[in-house]
Design a protein around this ligand. Structure first.
Ligand code: GP9
Ligand code: MN
Length: 439
């Protein structure tokens, strides 16, 4: 654990803030209902296909006074896909650059959001109608301190109520309600949807909107399954109201990762009415929807600052008024101003308020144009080195992305060290801290 002091010092100096948001503690003791919206990307929000709204229910929450919608929220997942998104939100650490940390480090010690909430008396459960060992969840959930996992065997699935990967989202939520009602409050529950998963299969009867028409059947199929998920979520909101669980809960909904890969850029450029999908556009397509819905709260709005999955743990803990002062987190509360100022992606690319850095090019975030400098970032080495471009005038200005790029690389390295060294073994656990605080 001799790398721990360096990591702690970095987090103290570069990440953490003393600022408390104006809504810190607003959801104190409320239940948390977290819904993972499979493969949902932000480009469908408030958008249409064939002249039809794609996500009418989610759209109705954008601008709703009880809802904060983060329109510049990025997924930060890599090969571990859904499981990487779970890792990010539970730990505010980065997933690994190769493989899935759920598999490679499923037996590590972690100080998860679940554990912090557990110390406050929260009961936790994850609901997902898939095989429990998929992504090594059964093992990892134990390490994350999740009390109960309602997997495949908790659900009745048959040919009629299943499609693609398994149980459809509507029956999934229908069948989950009874379990949720049986949980002692306050609870932290997480629902992982499945129908909007590649290859986006859906029957005619379940399709409320038509497919798109392009050379990509993947993109074409995507829209009806997105709409199906939107309807399933709306239905779930109604079920929560009927069950009397709605008012006492905060409902968080987040896209886990992209659904449409860059293999479909041609079709995507057709759909978005663009000549081509540039590397800058590709990064902007990594935005996923993030909603925080607080029934009874007035003050919700569309939030435009740059945020990402690494911020979810500090944000939810703050909303519930839970202090995690000694925790090692690489994200910030999304409701404070004094944030570290960028979202790092696993490959070293990043998005800051001013710039988007990808493929060795520094783009102005607002215009999407490359920032003109005399030095360009050199992508060939994959690190922060710069190569001098020919400069007629003799003046050299460094790309404004370079210092941030170095910081992102450093941060990824420190997060990796924590995981590879299983260093949370040497950090006071959430429980130990609260005991110390009570003395
Ligand atoms: C599988 C589901 C989908 O259980 O979470 O996984 P993905 O392929 O999106 O990672
Ligand atoms: Mn997924």
């Amino acid at each position: 654990g001799n790398e721990l002091p360096e990591i702690k010092e970095y987090v103290e100096e570069e990440v953490k803030s003393d600022e408390k948001s104006s809504i810190h503690g607003i959801a104190d003791d409320k239940n948390v209902i977290f819904i993972t919206l499979e493969s949902l990307q932000s480009f469908v929000i408030n958008n249409e296909v064939n002249g039809e709204e794609i996500t009418p229910f989610l759209n109705s929450l954008v601008g709703d006074e009880s809802t904060y919608y983060f329109e510049n929220f990025y997924h930060q997942t890599q090969q571990g896909k859904t499981s990487d998104s779970e890792f990010l939100i539970e730990n505010s650490l980065y997933p690994l650059s190769r493989g899935a940390v759920f598999f490679t480090h499923g037996e590590n010690e972690y100080h998860s959001m679940t554990e912090f909430l557990g110390e406050e008396g929260y009961n936790s459960a994850v609901f997902h109608a898939n095989n429990k060992s998929f992504w090594n969840r059964d093992q990892m959930y134990e390490s994350l301190g999740i009390d109960h996992f309602y997997g495949e065997e908790a659900y009745e699935a048959n040919q009629e109520n299943s499609v693609g990967w398994g149980l459809k989202d509507k029956p999934f939520f229908e069948q989950s309600i009874k379990y949720l009602q049986s949980m002692e409050e306050p609870f932290y529950s997480r629902f992982i949807t499945l129908t909007n998963h590649f290859p986006f299969k859906l029957s005619e009867e379940d399709s409320s909107i038509d497919k798109y028409d392009s050379n990509s059947s993947t993109l074409n199929n995507y829209f009806p399954t997105v709409r199906y998920m939107d309807e399933a979520v709306e239905q779930f909101f109604n079920q929560l109201k009927e069950a009397g669980l709605y008012e006492d809960s905060v409902i968080v909904m987040m896209g886990d990762h992209y659904g449409i890969s860059e293999n479909h850029n041609k079709a995507m450029s057709d759909y978005l009415n663009k000549e081509e999908i540039t590397p800058y556009d590709h990064i902007q397509l990594q935005r996923v929807p993030m909603f925080i819905h607080i029934p009874g709260h007035e003050g919700g709005k569309v939030m435009s600052k740059v945020t990402g999955q690494i911020d979810v743990k500090p944000t939810i803990l703050s909303l519930l008024g839970v202090s995690a002062e000694n925790d090692i987190q690489f994200g910030n509360d999304m409701f404070i101003e004094d944030r570290k100022g960028y979202i790092g992606l696993r490959n070293g690319d990043f998005i800051s308020e001013d710039y988007v850095s990808t493929s060795g090019v520094c783009y102005d975030r607002e215009s999407g144009n490359p920032v003109e400098t005399d030095k360009q970032q050199d992508n060939s080495t994959g690190n922060e080195s710069v190569k001098e471009a020919v400069n007629q005038s003799g003046n050299q200005t460094e790309s404004p992305c370079v210092p941030l790029k170095q910081q992102v690389e450093k941060e990824l390295e420190l997060s990796d060290k924590l995981i590879y060294g299983d260093l949370f073994r040497f950090v006071d656990s959430p429980g130990e801290k609260s005991e110390a605080n009570n003395e």
